[in-house]
Design a protein around this ligand. Structure first.
Ligand code: ATP
Length: 356
């Protein structure tokens, strides 16, 4: 598979601030890549560097095999789609769509034809004469995308395009964007701080923190084998439980400490006795049973149900979160038994947070 975008050894400094640290990333032609991470991790800086809106301080950036380090934005042949849509308010939908072609010297009739073709793909055919203020948020988002599509760019760069939409429309639009990407055979880079959006839309997820790529891979690879505690806590919702633990004298058990509850868990790993570890267990991997029947018992603090799922917070230190499908039977203030399958336990080095 050929790479449409390649970054090698990319660094970005804003004065004394080191915003991107030795970024190496290959984006295959036709793939949908999500850049995800907490606020300030550098994902927008990375995207803006691809667009040429920021210059990189060191390293190489190639698009379709060509070195782009010093190529100005308009010559990179990539299209940015922003959360603010950046539509021209005084132009109709059609004029918004044809504008970028017209300034490149495309004849009016040809530009109109291209606009009507793109509008048919994105479901805007009936809205071409409207002004942006006469459109819903989702429709504006589609205009913004159509405007990007009309230029047949080498890559689409999305900067949190759905953050201004309500929850239901976000879910709808993420499917729409992904379907459009597939239909066009596009290469897309998508910035979001929402890990669910990243997991559901992308083929390849890049998790960043403080200017560093912490891990990249297929969505479920990151969920199943997070490289470190940070990725483990970032991917998955509700977040993974982290419990302090020490490897038992036999090397194949884990003494976990939940404050009032202390327990020795069986482990399917052989590790150095007395080694300090962080035990990671996803909320959906803890089973519930009658007291005395499970791996150990815990006191329940709060129970919240959405109908389809029940979230249990245990009165332990740290607090344990458990997710049960359906309504569940646990009540606040009672004690329940929990079951933990050693195969579902993640282990991280206590000092470095790296997966063991
Ligand atoms: P968010 O989700 O909040 O948009 P982000 O991951 O996109 O965050 P960036 O916008 O890439 O983060 O910013 C990365 C870091 O670089 C931040 O700490 C930010 O303060 C810093 N930064 C961004 N632009 C500049 C600038 N022009 N000058 C100095 N520092 C900057």
């Amino acid at each position: 598979m050929t790479n449409q975008i390649e970054l090698s050894g990319v660094n970005k400094h804003y004065g004394a601030f080191h915003a991107l640290k030795n970024i190496n990333l290959q984006i295959a032609k036709g793939s949908f890549v999500a850049l995800v991470g907490p606020s300030g991790c550098g994902k927008s800086t990375l995207l803006r560097s691809l667009a040429g809106l920021e210059s990189i301080s060191e390293g190489d950036l190639k698009i379709a095999g060509e070195l782009m380090n010093n190529v100005p934005p308009r010559k990179r042949d990539v299209a940015m789609v922003f959360q603010s849509y950046a539509l021209y308010p005084h132009m109709t939908v059609e004029e918004n769509l044809t504008y970028s072609l017209r300034i490149r010297g495309v004849a009016k009739a040809e530009a109109k034809k291209a606009a009507s073709e793109v509008a048919a793909t994105t479901g805007l055919s009936n809205l071409l004469t409207r002004y942006p203020r006469e459109l819903s948020g989702g429709q504006r988002q589609r205009v913004a995308m159509s405007r990007a599509i009309i230029r047949h760019p080498k890559a689409f760069l999305f900067d949190e395009p759905l953050s201004n939409l309500d929850a239901a429309l976000r879910v709808h639009m993420r499917k729409e964007i992904r379907a459009l990407h597939d239909r066009l055979g596009a290469t897309s880079v998508y910035v979001t701080h929402d890990q669910i959006e990243a997991m559901t839309m992308a083929d390849h997820v890049v998790v960043m923190r403080e200017g560093v790529i912490e891990q990249q891979g297929k969505p479920l690879e990151l969920y199943d084998t997070p490289a470190n505690k940070f990725v483990a806590g970032f991917i998955g919702s509700p977040a993974m439980n982290f419990i302090p633990g020490v490897v038992g004298g036999d090397g194949s058990s884990l003494e976990i400490d939940l404050g009032t509850v202390k327990h020795t868990l069986a482990s399917n790993r052989q590790l150095q006795p007395s080694r300090k570890v962080t035990v990671g267990i996803r909320p959906e991997h803890i089973g519930i049973t009658a007291t005395g029947q499970g791996t150990f018992d815990i006191p329940v603090d709060v129970v919240e149900s959405t109908g389809s799922a029940t979230f249990i917070t245990a009165a332990t230190t740290p607090e344990l979160t458990i997710v049960e499908t359906g309504r569940g039977t646990a009540r606040g203030g009672e004690t329940i038994g929990v079951t933990i399958d050693p195969a579902q336990v993640h282990l991280f080095d206590d000092a470095t947070g790296v997966r063991i």
